[in-house]
Design a protein around this ligand. Structure first.
Ligand code: HEC
Ligand code: HEC
Length: 319
């Protein structure tokens, strides 16, 4: 290459670098917009929706997925812990199903790698739906219209694999794009107020975004609850569910470690934390400051961070 050619290519590299800095200012933010999800086959999504609301998936015909994950309420019931079949109460707070297909792992302790794997949890858990796959298949096969619909959507009709596939496809449709914050990330300056912008700045300055980051503002790494101060000692009444990732790996270092929860739509999904102990988002912000960052966040800052968290509420799925 001639010197001139070399000079030109250096100039163009410098130019493209500086251009990309200007043009993608917001792409360096710790939180990224939710991706567009290509819609799945309409018939499969419709079947998944039907199954998600089907109480026959539980052994006693009492509860459906939607009982604990109501679509009209942010994808999570508002109970401290949910109520499964025969009135049995759960051991951990119910997270939302919205955007869950984007989680790096499923469940608070991350014990399921995918949505397909995850659903055996509630379906077979004796205190949730208490069923067996044999019984689920036998029950659903007695529903002739359902059999016809499965035959239309899948070459091999109503099978365990296709039940899984439908539920996964429906849950993929429960993505909540275009929150005010995402619109701002995409360049719409007026999408969020000055208070929200200040709340987001504080969220970064305090260090919340070291754990809550990426497109879900969480759900892409594990962290201990109580890194700086001992949350569990202060709260008391420690249960097995509090052990988190330790229950999966048996490693002492993993005790009290959880998947950092997504903050998408968090304004809709009280109560908070894995133990469902907190009703107020402002209170959770203060708790996070103290136990995760060793900071006492004044109320005036906490309320701005809460305003920012509200801006993460996206378009809710069709009912
Ligand atoms: C009785 C209440 C109940 C029912 C019924 C129920 N769930 Fe859940 N769901 C929960 C609870 C509680 C958790 C968290 C459990 C944990 O982390 O250990 C959860 C977790 C999940 C998660 C993981 C979310 C995340 O962020 O980790 C998904 C996805 C999910 N449920 C989907 C479903 C589907 C699909 C069904 C129906 C087949 C269903 N649930 C039925 C209570 C329920
Ligand atoms: C060291 C990592 C870390 C930092 C820093 C951190 N968080 Fe968290 N956050 C977590 C973990 C882990 C949980 C789940 C804890 C639990 O359920 O017991 C959580 C839970 C939450 C929840 C509750 C979500 C729900 O659905 O229940 C909110 C809200 C939250 N954090 C906001 C913040 C804010 C605001 C900050 C900064 C002031 C912050 N976090 C700093 C790791 C962190």
């Amino acid at each position: 290459m001639s010197h001139f050619g070399l000079l030109l290519s250096v100039v163009s590299v410098v130019l493209s670098v500086s251009f990309s800095v200007v043009a993608s200012d917001l792409s360096h933010e710790p939180i990224e917009p939710l991706p567009q999800v290509t819609p799945g086959d309409k018939r499969v999504v419709a079947l998944g929706k039907r199954l998600f609301h089907e109480r026959k998936l539980s052994r006693t015909n009492e509860v459906s997925c939607a009982t604990c994950h109501p679509i009209s309420q942010g994808g999570a019931d508002h109970l401290v812990t949910s109520i499964g079949i025969n009135g049995k109460t759960g051991v951990i707070n119910t997270p939302t199903v919205f955007n869950s297909h984007l989680n790096f792992r499923q469940f608070w302790d991350g014990r399921a790698k995918s949505l397909s794997q995850q659903m055996d949890g509630p379906l077979l858990n004796p205190i949730e739906m208490g069923n067996t796959w044999d019984n689920i298949l036998a029950t659903l096969h007695r529903d002739k219209t359902l059999v016809v619909e499965f035959n239309a959507a899948f070459r091999d009709g109503l099978t365990k694999g296709n039940i899984r596939a439908s539920l996964v496809e429906y849950q993929r449709s429960l993505t909540t794009p275009d929150s005010p914050f995402d619109r701002w990330l995409r360049g719409d300056q007026s999408a969020i107020s000055a208070e929200v912008k200040e709340g987001y700045r504080l969220f970064k300055v305090y260090g919340c975004s070291s754990c809550h980051q990426g497109r879900l503002a969480g759900a892409n790494l594990y962290q201990k609850m109580g890194i700086v101060e001992d949350y569990f000692k202060d709260r008391g009444n420690i249960t097995v569910a509090d052990y988190g990732l330790f229950n999966v790996t048996g490693k002492e270092d993993d005790r009290f470690v959880f998947k950092v929860p997504s903050l998408r739509n968090v304004a809709l999904t009280s109560p908070y934390l894995h133990d469902g102990s907190q009703q107020s988002l402002a209170q959770v912000v203060t708790i996070m400051g103290y136990y995760q960052l060793g900071r006492n966040i004044p109320e005036s800052d906490a309320s701005k961070i809460v305003a920012f968290l509200h801006s993460l509420t996206g378009l809710q799925p069709d009912l």
